[in-house]
Design a protein around this ligand. Structure first.
Ligand code: JCZ
Length: 248
């Protein structure tokens, strides 16, 4: 998979040289390229923004600079001729990014993240590439406002990259996870020491009885989800909950 990030703060993406994503890049599993938007400016001051039409505070990022950058990064091919390519615009006003998005994006051939700053990117940029037939997604990572798209891009890249085959050593660990296949939050986990600040371990986890352990974990996941994310319970399809679950 190829991932391109276009930003005026390329150093913000240095975290992608570390840990799993960094190793995947070294192993050639991930072709991740970070680009400085200012490399596509044409003036002495390397200007990327201007005042908003209609007035108001702040500045807006120019469509012409973004257009030349994205045309280059998309390889100059007509957008429609590039299936498996997705242009992602992090924005507080986008659809909220979820694990389902991560799973879908992990199957793409190329992801291009356009990280805005200031008051955002001129709205014509998204429209231009959408009308050219490209798959354009305006995505939020949550209902809070950041100062730019870079942190959102880091979040989405990590969530996607860890799903790319070969990224994590044990693919099993991708199955048992919060927001996993069962659509429930993760159960609580424990490790040594068996006692810590006078707090022990749930007895069932020391029993060696795997069926009981599995059931306890499922119950805890259900309890946690009902308490913290009742919206997720409402979203479960009827097949997920068995009669034991419903009795909780
Ligand atoms: N979920 C979320 C995204 C953002 C975001 C994304 C891009 C820009 C550009 C300027 N401010 C921005 C904020 N805030 N919160």
């Amino acid at each position: 998979m190829r991932i391109d990030v276009v930003t005026i703060f390329p150093d913000y993406l240095a975290a992608l040289d570390l840990s799993l994503v960094g190793k995947a890049r070294q192993r050639g599993l991930l072709d991740l390229r970070v680009h400085d938007l200012r490399d596509w400016t044409t003036d002495r001051h390397r200007t990327v923004d201007d005042t908003p039409f209609g007035g108001g505070a702040g500045m807006v990022m120019r469509p012409d600079v973004w257009g030349t950058a994205l045309d280059d990064v998309l390889g100059g091919e007509p957008a429609a001729a590039s299936p498996g390519r997705i242009l992602i615009l992090p924005t507080p006003s986008g659809e909220v990014f979820t694990q389902r998005h991560a799973e879908e994006l992990a199957g793409a051939g190329q992801l291009v993240f356009a990280c805005g700053r200031y008051e955002g990117i001129d709205a014509r940029v998204a429209g231009h590439y959408r009308d050219a037939g490209l798959d354009v997604r305006e995505l939020s990572i949550g209902d809070y406002v950041l100062n730019g798209g870079e942190v959102a891009a880091l979040v989405m890249i990590e969530a996607v990259a860890r799903l790319v085959p070969g990224m994590v050593g044990n693919p099993e660990s991708l199955v048992e996870e919060s927001h996993g296949a069962a659509g429930l939050l993760e159960y609580p986990v424990y490790t040594k020491p068996p006692e810590w600040h006078g707090r022990g371990i749930p007895e069932v986890l020391l029993s060696g009885h795997h069926a009981r352990i599995e059931r306890w974990r499922r119950d805890e996941a259900l309890r946690r989800t009902a308490a913290r994310r009742p919206d997720m319970i409402a979203g479960l399809d009827g097949t997920v909950l068995d009669k034991h679950d419903r009795a909780l």
